[in-house]
Design a protein around this ligand. Structure first.
Ligand code: NAP
Length: 316
């Protein structure tokens, strides 16, 4: 089978495909034949080592000093190819999706995962591409809007950067909650932002839209606290999805109104997102789809931070 590897911190050429034997599932594990996997902003950041200011040292301590020592690929959708000893909760041939998480390994034609791990049946309503696209932006948007900002029905939300992975999920989830959504996007993506449910769409290059907003979800951190504060209502909350170290420290001091951090990717969070999908609150947007053989090109697109929805590679 083909499996991806990072050779160094660097450009898209540092992710390469190599031959490897198909793994054997151990006791309690599933062997998954991967059909599709996302190439996320997180994948691109791990490969390049380019992270918001002040976080470079932390990322290198976490994933490797001289090169990323984690395997490429955070999430996957596919089918169960074989069951390890004692697995009774899945069947061969079953469609599944899930997360290999921070340590990676989803950019491979086959992968193994504990049957009790972050793997769940893929709903009939989702294709493999949609299954691959499902979790990255969706888990982030759900946690920051619902649990952290506590967005309520009738509130006014600005999603700054509304049509990428996180933004496209945030607009849908906010509309489902009953919030009114204003969005910023580059002009080519304005139709998508409206289709997702934004009632007002402007180009972020022409400045921010008119406040006040109860919640601002600043996907790329381009407004920051300084840019967002004048747009917030008296009890308004700012969520910086992309924040540097100094913003993280500042948010710790104003924690109820200024929110940063990372989201969880555990089974209850995954299940909550599936429930949101089943009640009409979220369907992932699949943007560019490339064959797995073009993984390096997929990384180039992912690190532009201008892709519509989610980028997916397919393994056939
Ligand atoms: N905190 C966490 O736990 C967490 C979780 C997930 C992601 N992230 C981070 O969140 C960011 C976005 O991830 P993503 O997957 O949504 O990326 P993405 O799919 O590439 O989307 C990026 C979005 O930002 C918009 N954008 C680009 N430059 C902008 C600017 N200067 N001002 C306003 N909007 C701008 C793009 O709009 P156009 O395409 O219309 O130009 C697009 O909608 C990344 O930095 C990622 O590392 C953090």
């Amino acid at each position: 089978m083909k499996i991806a590897r990072y050779t160094a911190y660097g450009g898209p050429e540092t992710v390469v495909l190599e031959d490897a034997p198909i793994p054997t599932p151990g006791p309690g594990e599933l062997l998954i034949r991967t059909r599709a996997a996302p190439v996320t902003a997180g994948d691109a950041r791990m490969r390049s080592g380019k992270v918001p200011r002040g976080l470079g040292l932390m990322i290198r301590l976490a994933i490797g000093w001289s090169r990323p020592k984690v395997a490429p690929g955070w999430a996957f959708a596919g089918e169960v190819a074989a069951l390890g000893f004692n697995v009774t909760t899945f069947q061969e041939g079953q469609r599944v999706f899930g997360l290999k998480g921070f340590k990676g390994g989803a950019h491979a034609e086959y992968l193994t995962i504990p049957a009790t791990g972050a793997v769940l049946p893929l709903p009939e309503s989702l294709s493999y591409e949609q299954g691959a696209a499902f979790f990255f932006g969706g888990l982030t948007a759900a946690e920051f809007l619902i649990d952290r900002a506590k967005l309520a029905s009738g509130e006014r939300l600005l999603v700054a950067g509304a049509t990428g992975s996180v933004g496209s999920a945030a607009v849908q989830i906010a509309r489902h909650i009953g919030a009114e959504v204003a969005a910023t996007a580059s002009p080519a993506n304005h139709p998508l932002a409206r289709q997702l449910g934004a009632s007002e769409v402007t180009d972020y290059r022409s400045g921010p839209p008119k406040g006040p907003f109860d919640v601002i979800l600043d996907v790329m951190g381009s407004l920051g606290w300084k840019g967002a504060k004048p747009l917030l209502s008296p009890k308004g909350r700012l969520v910086l999805i992309t924040a540097d170290l100094s913003e993280m420290l500042a948010s710790a001091l104003r924690s109820r109104r200024f929110i940063t951090g990372t989201n969880k990717d555990d089974l209850p969070s995954m299940q909550r997102l599936i429930d949101l999908h089943k009640t009409g609150g979220y369907t992932p947007i699949v943007g560019p789809v490339l064959p797995f053989s073009q993984l390096s090109e997929a990384h180039r697109v992912a690190e532009s931070f201008h892709k519509p929805g989610n980028l997916v590679v397919t393994m056939g």
